[in-house]
Design a protein around this ligand. Structure first.
Ligand SMILES: *Cc1c(COP(=O)(O)O)cnc(C)c1O
Length: 215
């Protein structure tokens, strides 16, 4: 089984992304739509100038909170969006996805930490949301994603991750296109791999601590 490594390059300069590309990295994650689009365009320009290896086929993942006024940037420039938590946002992304591009690959974000985390739909709502998203013409439903609340130890880290994995198996029985379990960050990477992650989103463990605490 393979696990995709997503390098989360939020707040990092284009030069850091270039270094990662030269080291063989293809998949990049961004949290802020405009910052992500600026990097996507800068890297495309570098590629057109022959400054990147020809084999560098980049895949851009939007992983941050998705507000209605940011959906167009994501729909027009990214390959994936991991943070779908409401149908309204999914409908906007589908309507705004340009016809010349492949459908946007999406994950539904689930709040598996209860009160401790605000982002994501409730676990009880996930199946309905997945089925509604799967029916949208310009989106491909690929999986589930979570950002659990920080936990003290390994066992406590695994609990919400195993919950998401269980939900993934249940929903996959009804939505067979599901193949992606997007979980695991620098702090809970090992717990996520042990809990069945297929895609880990790693920022600081690749690029170093973020100094610029941009909101
Ligand atoms: C910042 C971020 C990451 C990466 O976090 P690190 O702890 O730096 O590895 C992963 N996923 C999301 C949604 C993020 O916002």
């Amino acid at each position: 089984m393979t696990i995709t490594l997503l390098a989360v390059s939020k707040t990092r300069p284009v030069s850091d992304v270039v270094k990662a590309i030269l080291a063989g990295q293809h998949d990049f994650g961004e949290n802020y739509a405009q910052e992500g689009v600026d990097k996507i365009l800068a890297l495309r320009a570098l590629a057109q100038q022959g400054m990147l290896p020809e084999s560098a086929l980049l895949v851009w993942h939007f992983v941050g909170p998705l507000q209605g006024n940011k959906t167009r940037l994501v729909a027009e420039h990214f390959d994936w969006a991991h943070s779908i938590e409401r149908l309204k946002i999914a409908e906007r992304l589908s309507a705004q996805r340009p016809a010349r591009l492949l459908p946007l690959q999406v994950c539904v974000q689930v709040n598996v930490s209860g009160e401790a985390s605000k982002s994501g739909c409730a676990p009880e709502e996930a199946l309905d949301l997945c089925q509604a998203v799967a029916a949208l013409p310009r989106l491909n439903l690929r999986g589930l994603m979570c950002v659990p609340a920080p936990a003290r130890d390994f066992a406590a880290q695994c609990r919400p991750l195993l919950h998401l994995r269980q939900l993934f198996m249940e929903i996959k029985a009804r939505c067979p296109t599901l193949d992606t379990l997007s979980m695991g960050m620098s702090g809970d990477l090992e717990a996520a791999v042990q809990s069945g992650s297929t895609l880990v989103r790693i920022g600081s463990a690749i690029f170093g601590q973020r100094t610029n605490n941009k909101k």
